[in-house]
Design a protein around this ligand. Structure first.
Ligand code: NAD
Length: 507
């Protein structure tokens, strides 16, 4: 067994012990390294991308645009580490995962501050997302139970059947910008504990947290080559998708990229799961408890600056609640404090990039042009250089409007008014996405009807962000997911393993 004892829970690392810096400008520092075959390597012949802090716009790191040869090296390392790693007993692999979990737990605050810096989440939001990543790591450590197979004696007289699970091989994980810690931790610990080796290609927009994770996976004594980190953008992704050494691909990102990843990986014979975009509906019935529902709706739509795949994006108000609901929502939205992610008073941080701010602002203009009414608009810091978007509440939205159909991924909430629950369900079910949906009501029968009829996978009853805990699968429907087996929960064990069924007779 490579590795040895589980490292004790220790203090957060000093800044000079980790390969990135968390404070100060690092524009003149070395670009971030890749981590391949247990070594930190600086690709020399590739271009670099700047990584700005969304709260200030100032460059905090530079990241290599790895290409085919960097991907080749990482996949080769993962392939050659696979035969020995899969022979390590699952309980010992789980031991490594627990070592990582202990390091994450001890350094959760440093990790959360890194997320604040590179992603623009507020500290509370970042802490919550790190916590969810730790939960997924803890779930992975239960593999000695979750990987168990089945045995049936006497399928016919004197013949027994055994089902067992074995690892798939080399898994590539490709992750988005909006959860820099949680989403890599949905993948790597589970893939590794099942006996696979792993290549992570994190979002080039948030490469710092992934670099810290790689550093701590190394410290948790996973053998060289079992976990590899390759920074880059679409070029690195395409090199992974077509690579004969990659057996399975876990992807999370926008809908167009998810479709591309799903089709390309499948064309190359790989197992693939691709989580995509969303447009989540929050149905509010006339009997809803507005005192408690309105804060839940506002936090769903405007928390994490709306850059969340479970964010409420459309409120479907069943009359006669519309006026009362819009009045309360408007009061909350116009009071939201937008500002730098690290400020303790900030409720809505910046969005990820200047281009994304322009895109969201274009959607707000488009809403106005289509005839929707802005009934509340929160202030943004004057003269700020960060990527701030005013929180906006639209009333008078119709289901046909593009702002009611397309993912905006910013602090914008649309209200559609309807006359009945049946009409509300019809509006929501016409969406081409089906990630999450919620209902706010005191009526059990209506809630049951919603749960039964809604065409989305993650549902909330009086819950604005119905995020499943890591021991359940993250189940997008329709255009929010491409594949068969979801991330986390028992689905992830199924995805990261393949089955053998052995039929045995002894003469
Ligand atoms: P994105 O699609 O731009 O990027 C995701 C990953 O794909 C990144 O690693 C990126 O480098 C790579 N990539 C981007 N363009 C590519 C291309 N043309 N070819 C190959 N690879 C490419 O997504 P994002 O903006 O980083 O993330 C936000 C999106 O992710 C939103 O749409 C959100 O809804 C979605 N998301 C979905 C879930 C879910 O569970 N369904 C969870 C989180 C985020």
């Amino acid at each position: 067994m490579p590795g040895g004892a589980v490292p004790a829970v220790g203090a957060a690392p000093r800044e000079d012990e980790i390969p990135i810096r968390l404070t100060g400008s690092v524009a003149d520092a070395d670009p971030l390294p890749n981590f391949v075959n247990g070594r930190w390597v600086h690709p020399t012949s590739v271009g670099l991308l700047d990584v700005p802090d969304p709260s200030s716009g100032s460059v905090i790191a530079r990241v290599p645009r790895s290409g085919g040869s960097e991907v080749d090296a990482a996949v080769a390392a993962a392939r050659s580490a696979f035969p020995a790693w899969r022979e390590v007993p699952v309980a010992e692999r789980a031991h490594r995962v627990l070592a990582l979990r202990n390091l994450l737990e001890a350094r959760a605050e440093a990790l959360a501050r890194c997320v604040v810096r590179e992603n623009g989440k507020t500290l509370d939001e970042a802490r919550g997302s790190v916590r969810r990543g730790i939960e997924a790591t803890e779930f992975a450590a239960s593999a000695p139970t979750t990987m168990q197979g089945a045995f049936l004696e006497d399928v016919t007289s004197g013949v027994d059947t055994t089902l067992m699970r074995q690892p798939v091989g080399v898994v590539a994980g490709i992750t988005p910008f909006n959860f820099p810690v949680m989403i890599p931790l949905w993948m790597a610990p589970l893939a590794l504990v099942c006996g696979n080796t792993f290549v992570l290609k994190p979002s080039e927009r948030v490469p710092l947290s992934a670099t810290l994770l790689a550093r701590w996976i190394e410290e948790a004594k996973f053998p060289a080559g079992t976990f590899n980190l390759v920074h880059g953008d679409a070029g690195a992704v395409d090199a992974l998708l077509g690579h004969p050494g990659v057996d399975a691909v876990s992807f999370v990102g926008s809908a167009p990229t998810a479709r591309h990843v799903y089709a390309t990986a499948a064309l190359h014979g790989k197992r693939v799961q691709a989580l995509a975009g969303a447009k989540n509906h929050l149905i509010v019935l006339p009997d809803a408890d507005l005192e408690r529902s309105v804060p839940a709706i506002v936090s769903s739509a405007f928390g994490q600056s709306g850059e969340r795949c479970l964010a409420g994006s459309v409120v479907v108000a069943v009359e006669p609640i519309g006026d009362r609901l819009v009045e309360r929502l408007a009061a909350e939205v116009s009071g939201l404090i937008t500002g730098p992610a690290a400020d303790s008073v900030t409720e809505v941080g910046p969005v990820i990039r200047a281009e994304h701010r322009e895109r969201v602002l274009r959607w707000i203009e488009e809403g106005k042009r289509l005839g929707a009414r802005v009934v509340a608009e929160g202030p943004v810091p004057a003269g700020a250089s960060g990527f701030y978007v005013p929180p906006v509440l639209f009333d008078g939205v119709t289901p046909e409007m593009a702002i009611a159909q397309e993912e905006i991924f910013g602090p914008v909430l649309s209200v559609i008014r309807v006359r009945s629950l049946a009409e509300a369900l019809d509006v929501a079910n016409r969406s081409r996405f089906g990630n999450a949906a919620a209902i706010f009501t005191r009526d059990g029968k209506s809630a049951r009807e919603f749960v039964h009829r809604i065409e989305a996978g993650m549902l909330g009853v009086n819950i604005g962000v119905p995020a499943p805990a890591a021991y359940f699968p993250f189940v997008g429907w329709k255009g929010s997911f491409y594949g068969d087996l979801h991330v986390t929960g028992r689905d992830s064990i199924e995805f990261y393993t393949r089955k053998k069924v052995v039929t045995t007779r002894w003469f």
